[in-house]
Write a protein that binds this ligand. Structure first.
Ligand SMILES: [Zn+2]
Length: 596
């Protein structure tokens, strides 16, 4: 069953630093001895995720997610244990031991790490094509759109040739199967058998995940007749559109450093500014911004500037996004590019400084929405029905902002006055309606919020838990405990396997938290182990030793009670009786009698 030996797993575990790993996905800040950040596994509003560099574990105090490096990756990327080990081994450049075919998973070659090799292969293929004779037109197009040769290399652009099987044929030569290309979203099945390339005669933009692996592609049509100007890879094992932003891998550091993330819509709208030194720009991948996108940005930025098209659709998209950002307590501003241009053209035409200035001066999203409503209202000409509709929209906007704390009572009052004046409605009526809507919106904000913290682990009285909590932190105490209680004393279904592992490592003098966690059999207990280890740390060194002493006494007391009951029920055999009397004769060396 086990695919990797324990030694290999622990080699990988030791090569990966958990702070560095998690830091690639979540912005972490040092607080005391631990790092904290917004938890990516629930809708986190305050930093609930704690990462311990000394223990190499993470734990969210709101949703309870926790574990080691393998657990984090498996939760984040939806890997199983072997996939997580393999991905981290590759990351640490540790050669993976050869696996026999029988040991492989049911679908050979279709796991996430396998498919990442397929996409990496495709990047190389498309890149070679771009710089070969067939790619001349595509290369010209990329240059004409303003990309330098250096950028074309840096962003790993490529060309998918105009045929039906360019990638398929090259894949066959490189040992990549049709099934793999289909699973990676690069080929399509033909009715009646066979496959064909998904991307044909297109300029190819690889889409990277935050760690720098290519998970999908976007393709820009090069023929005018082509109806779909852009196509993207479909959703796959690798690619989940609602959780990915284009160029995030290049922009992340700059977003973190500046505290601002700029969101645009197109590939070139992100790449041209990046090339010109505006380094904090990411693009949505042909979808509306989702809560996951927003959370990803909120982890790294204090504020977000949306640069959407100036048309109606763009403005509406900006407003939809605004509400999601407010729920995450990220400040949002909305920049509008003048004269119907897109950010790419604007940056090329007016220069990066002009784009920077536009971003810096972008009005608050509220203000933007306000201005838009006002313009609509004025255009509508002020019929009673229009007026009512405008009032409702204004109020909804204000209420939503108030609910998320974006504006205070005073500002609400001012806005009511202002709206009342423009629309000729009594301000008092408006304020009343506003308060009603605020309460509603607040209700929504709260029910969608984080679950209550689970701190039961911190104050447990269960002696079994306390013993494990302390041993995972102070393995040097194992000898003393082992003389008095054994793993068999742990009768709790969940704790028993953990205790067995702790005892088996302890007896071999190899007990550490890493050793306990670093095995496939313990993988399902990863979260429990992180809980126990964190809780144990909070007991402190002396506090832990004392708490454990008491817990051991407690356990022994429970056991002798059990024994007495069994004795009364006449269920002890002679051997157990002999052990028991010996055990009571030598109170200082009470070794656990084994009662079956
Ligand atoms: Zn959480």
């Amino acid at each position: 069953m086990a695919k990797f030996g324990e030694q290999f797993i622990q080699q990988v575990q030791q090569a990966i630093d958990i702070v560095e790993l998690i830091g690639q996905y979540v912005a972490l800040k040092l607080r005391g001895k631990e790092y904290v950040g917004l938890c990516p596994f629930h809708d986190d509003k305050k930093p609930s995720l704690n990462v311990s560099p000394t223990k190499q574990i993470f734990k969210c105090f709101a949703c309870g997610a926790g574990g080691d490096v393998f657990k984090f990756l498996s939760l984040y990327e939806q890997y199983n244990f072997p996939e997580a080990v393999r991905a981290l081994a590759e990351r640490a450049h540790i050669p993976i031991p050869a696996e026999s075919a029988a040991q492989r998973q049911t679908a050979p070659g279709l796991s996430k790490p396998d498919l990442l090799k397929v996409t990496a292969f495709a990047v190389e293929f498309y890149r070679e094509q771009l710089h070969g004779p067939a790619g001349r037109g595509a290369l010209d197009y990329a240059r004409r759109r303003g990309l330098s040769d250096e950028s074309i290399g840096r962003f790993a652009l490529g060309y998918s040739p105009d045929g039906w099987d360019g990638l398929l044929t090259q894949g066959r030569r490189g040992g990549i199967s049709q099934e793999q290309l289909v699973a990676a979203g690069l080929a399509l099945r033909r009715e009646g058998g066979g496959c064909y390339d998904r991307f044909r005669h297109r300029l190819m933009f690889p889409i990277f995940d935050p760690t720098g692996s290519v998970i999908a592609f976007g393709g820009r049509a090069l023929s005018e007749q082509e109806r779909a100007k852009y196509i993207n890879s479909p959703e796959s094992v690798l690619f989940d559109k609602s959780g990915q932003l284009f160029a995030f891998n290049w922009a992340r550091e700059q977003i973190k450093a500046s505290g601002t993330a700029v969101v645009v819509e197109g590939y070139l709208d992100a790449l041209i500014p990046l090339q010109a030194g505006v380094g904090n720009v990411v693009a949505t991948l042909g979808t509306a911004l989702t809560e996951r996108h927003v959370r990803m940005l909120a982890n790294h930025a204090r504020e977000v500037v949306l640069v959407f098209d100036a048309d109606q659709a763009g403005a509406a998209a900006a407003e939809r996004a605004m509400e999601i950002f407010m729920a995450q307590q990220v400040h949002v501003r909305v920049a509008t590019i003048p004269a119907g241009k897109d950010p790419c053209d604007y940056c090329l035409g007016e220069g990066p400084e002009a784009l920077q200035a536009l971003i810096a001066d972008a009005p608050d999203a509220m203000q933007h929405a306000w201005d838009r409503r006002l313009a609509e209202y004025q255009q509508a000409g002020g019929s009673p029905a229009d007026r009512q509709k405008a009032v409702r929209e204004f109020l909804r906007l204000v209420a939503c902002s108030a609910a998320y704390g974006a504006i205070d009572e005073l500002r609400q009052g001012q806005l009511a006055q202002h709206i009342g004046h423009i629309l000729n409605v009594p301000a008092a009526d408006l304020q009343q309606e506003m308060r009603r809507l605020s309460r509603q919106a607040r209700g929504r904000a709260q029910t969608g919020g984080a679950p209550a913290p689970r701190d039961s682990e911190m104050i447990t009285k269960d002696p079994h838990r306390i013993i494990l909590q302390v041993l995972l932190n102070q393995p040097e105490l194992f000898g003393g405990v082992n003389e008095r209680v054994g793993a068999d004393d742990f009768t709790n279904e969940q704790l028993a396997p953990v205790a067995q592992k702790v005892w088996s490592l302890g007896r071999e003098d190899r007990l550490t938290l890493e050793a306990v966690m670093g095995s496939e059999e313990m993988f399902p207990y990863s979260q429990l182990l992180a809980d126990l280890a964190m809780a144990g740390e909070r007991l402190g060194q002396d506090g832990g030793a004392q708490a454990m002493d008491k817990a051991v006494e407690n356990l022994l007391y429970q056991r002798s009670n059990r024994e007495i009951k069994q004795l009364q029920a006449g269920r002890l055999d002679d051997e157990a009786l002999r052990q028991l009397s010996e055990h009571h004769r030598r109170p200082d060396q009470r070794r656990a009698p084994r009662i079956q």
